[in-house]
Design a protein around this ligand. Structure first.
Ligand code: AMP
Length: 208
């Protein structure tokens, strides 16, 4: 199964992707993670991307599409994959549809993790991540990562001034993809405003 995960930043796409990866052995392709890796490595691409990410803006399509195309060359995608945080606008969606067609593949379903805007703002401002093992939690976890003990940090783009820009970008550019995939009869929706494991039960039902 090849999946697209849709939903505002902080909706819990990454968490649901982790369940799916574990359960269904799908390859996880998160453009946010690929970009953060490039930033951490200090590559030219990473340096260019960081300016946009810190401003809460989308990184240019050609950069992100290039990363996804490269990732789709790896053999682990043969058993199915999850696109998490991609596509983020209609141009990315149409481009990846034709790229996949050339590879003899297609998107089977687009899963919308639906969470009200006020909850999203609360979640993003309280989100804390582990720079060492990638754990995503919240201020409720305290200072240290519950998995590996490293000090938890706030993502630069989860700072209040950037959150608003990211949500505006989501409403203007990414939310229209819901209609794009509805038009292709691929849209599936779950209520993401519940505990992650409860959300995952519904994910399994709607994808069955
Ligand atoms: P995320 O972790 O998915 O919230 O992504 C973090 C940031 O990376 C976003 O705010 C964008 O600046 C950038 N980014 C991630 N995915 C994309 C994409 N598909 N297109 C453009 N920019 C992206």
């Amino acid at each position: 199964m090849n999946l697209v995960l849709l939903g505002a930043p902080g909706a819990g796409k990454g968490t649901q992707a982790q369940y799916l990866v574990k359960d269904q052995k799908l390859a996880h392709i998160s453009t946010g993670d690929l970009l953060r890796e490039a930033v951490a490595e200090g590559t030219d691409l990473g340096k260019e991307a960081k300016r946009f990410m810190d401003a809460g803006q989308l990184v240019p399509d050609e950069v992100v599409i290039g990363l996804v195309k490269e990732r789709l060359q790896k053999s682990d995608v043969e058993a199915g994959f999850i696109l998490d945080g991609f596509p983020r606008n209609t141009a990315q969606a149409t481009t990846i549809d034709s790229e996949l067609e050339e590879l003899g593949k297609s998107i089977d379903a687009a899963l919308l993790v639906d969470v009200p805007a006020d909850v999203i703002i609360e979640r993003l401002s309280g989100r804390r991540v582990c720079p060492k093992c990638g754990y995503t939690g919240s201020v409720k976890d305290g200072e240290s990562c519950p998995l590996c003990g490293a000090a938890l940090i706030q993502r630069d783009d989860d700072k209040p001034e950037t959150i608003k820009a990211r949500l505006d970008v989501y409403d203007a550019q990414t939310a229209p993809l819901v209609e794009y995939y509805r038009g292709q009869e691929k849209l599936r929706k779950v209520d993401g405003n519940r505990a992650p494991e409860v959300v995952y039960e519904e994910v399994k039902e709607v994808l069955a």
